[in-house]
Ligand binder design. Structure first.
Ligand code: NDP
Ligand code: 2IT
Length: 462
């Protein structure tokens, strides 16, 4: 704990003056030691919104910012389960319920060995602003476990999901907290989690989103994040009088978000040429077409294989072990794997190679140095909380569909998704326009913040 933060009283956390951001961050770091991802996410927001807070005595007096960086509730629990050899395994489960000012907690579950409290607090914090931007009434949360689904049998994944839900069930509900998928949590896992919740509570309700169509899921939820990210890129490019057609795109990841990003890019006439996973990157200069994409979907969702196999199957492609896609020449980049996957050097390479639109399907995929490079180059840079909000937006439609016992058609959902991405874009422009360029980081943070802050003010000290 630093000396300055120790001696700082709570009244001083948001000061007037040019050092306000650093002083506030000293307070956050001292209160949350050893949580670098959380510090990074908070700093990015605070840098944008500090002038708004400083200019608004009501926000300062009500300690809105200090309250926003303190989760309303953090739940951590033991998840014991039995593997196929009969051995007992112990994982750690979490749910971070960050903010419920504008609606019930909402946000995904991540199952990945890199999951820590810091990672989930960063994700839950981002989710508060993202959900606010969707225009739907949803608070922010995130949860998950350090469980690694890779290499596990369906039976093991089911037993883990059941053990995880056995504790989580008491903390969630259709108007309390509605989890969904994220890394390592897709349709299979949501099914197992839902089944256990239903068995424990004897209630069939919309407690999770991303459910199968047969049991209350929304059409287009699997597609929504990737499609939404491409719609957002389309809006950003339109600001510059450009379209998607004919553009070459680098996409990272090969999971849910990456797959449907590629699909929408193809539908709009772009040429996606890369995919990746934690092992490496494939580059297919001939383009990843519909047929190759269908093969990737089968590889990932059914066989649960590795992206390296793509280069064995398609001779137009080459596999680069241990590499990320950012050295490839492209017009558009869609980071869709994980946090901090584009560093300062990667960002410089992208810009130098002519990439002028970076649209984040993943959450916080760009390091602060990388963000600085994109902002200084004044390219179209859509931060995750705006660009990937389509997923949670369609989750919001699924919640609404479940509570109203109704169904929407594919066209209706697609239309609403496009309208929501347009409205997020408009809000970003409203708060982020600088001359003839738009700072989408500034725009998304300020627009997301004001709605939550005003709801908190209205609800008193809670
Ligand atoms: P999936 O589990 O379907 O896919 C994740 C992909 O990212 C895989 O290809 C995976 O490779 C790769 N990846 C994961 N962790 C790492 C890592 N540490 N290093 C390198 N590659 C990694 O997850 P999603 O597609 O759902 O999520 C991708 C990103 O999008 C995440 O940042 C998530 O938070 C974000 N997001 C997801 C939404 C959704 O609706 N699903 C909504 C909004 C954002 P490997 O198989 O080797 O692990
Ligand atoms: O990061 C995200 O927005 C998600 N993983 C989706 C959350 C949701 O509740 O649909």
């Amino acid at each position: 704990m630093s000396q300055s933060s120790n001696s700082m009283s709570l009244e001083d956390t948001v000061r007037k003056g040019p050092n306000a951001v650093e002083e506030f961050m000293a307070y956050v770091v001292a209160k949350n030691p050893g949580q670098p991802e959380f510090h990074q996410a908070v700093r990015e927001v605070v840098e944008s919104i500090m002038p708004v807070v400083q200019a608004n005595p009501a926000y300062r007096k009500a300690k809105i910012l200090e309250r926003m960086v303190e989760p309303e509730r953090v739940i951590m629990f033991r998840v014991p389960w039995v593997d196929d050899r009969g051995e007992i395994q112990i994982n750690r489960g979490y749910r971070v319920q960050m903010n419920s000012a504008i609606g019930p907690y909402k946000g995904g579950l991540r199952f990945h060995p890199t999951v820590t409290l810091s990672v989930l607090k960063f994700l839950a914090f981002e989710q508060v602003f993202k959900n606010s931007l969707t225009t739907l009434p949803m608070g922010g949360a995130k949860g998950g476990s350090d469980f690694d689904p890779k290499g596990k049998s369906d039976g093991e994944v089911m037993r883990f999901c059941q053990a995880f839900m056995t504790e989580l069930a008491r903390h969630i509900g259709p108007d309390i907290d509605v989890p969904a998928g994220d890394i390592g949590v897709g349709g299979r896992e949501i099914g197992f989690l839902f089944g256990q919740y239903k068995k424990m509570t004897a209630r069939f309700c919309g407690v999770l989103t991303g459910k199968g169509i047969q049991y209350g899921g929304s059409v287009m939820r699997p597609e929504a994040t990737g499609y939404g990210a491409v719609y957002f890129a389309q809006e950003m490019l339109a600001q510059r009088g450009e379209g998607i057609r004919g553009k070459t795109a680098a996409v990272s990841g090969s999971g849910n978000v990456a797959q449907y990003t590629v699909q929408k890019l193809l539908q709009l006439g772009a040429k996606p040429i890369t995919l990746s996973d934690s092992g490496g990157t494939i580059v297919d200069e001939a383009g990843i077409d519909e047929e190759k994409l269908a093969w990737v979907m089968e590889l990932k969702e059914v066989r649960r294989g590795r992206i390296s196999e793509y280069a064995e199957r398609f001779k137009t492609a080459k596999y680069y072990p241990g590499k990320k896609p950012w050295w490839v020449k492209c017009d558009l980049a869609f980071p869709s794997a994980t946090q901090n996957e584009i560093d300062g050097e990667d960002a410089k390479m992208l810009v130098a190679n002519g990439c002028h639109c970076v649209c984040e399907g993943a959450n916080m995929p760009t390091t602060p140095e990388g963000v600085r490079v994109f902002l200084e180059a004044k390219i179209c840079y859509g931060p995750g909380k705006a660009a990937n909000a389509g997923g949670v937006a369609v989750s919001g439609l699924e919640m609404n569909q479940n509570s109203g016992c109704m169904r929407r058609s594919r066209d209706e959902v697609d239309h609403q998704l496009q309208n929501i991405m347009k409205s997020i874009h408009e809000n970003c422009v409203r708060y982020g326009k600088v001359g003839d360029w738009v700072n989408y980081v500034q725009g998304a943070n300020v627009a997301g913040f004001i709605k939550v802050a005003d709801a908190m003010l209205a609800q008193g000290v809670v």
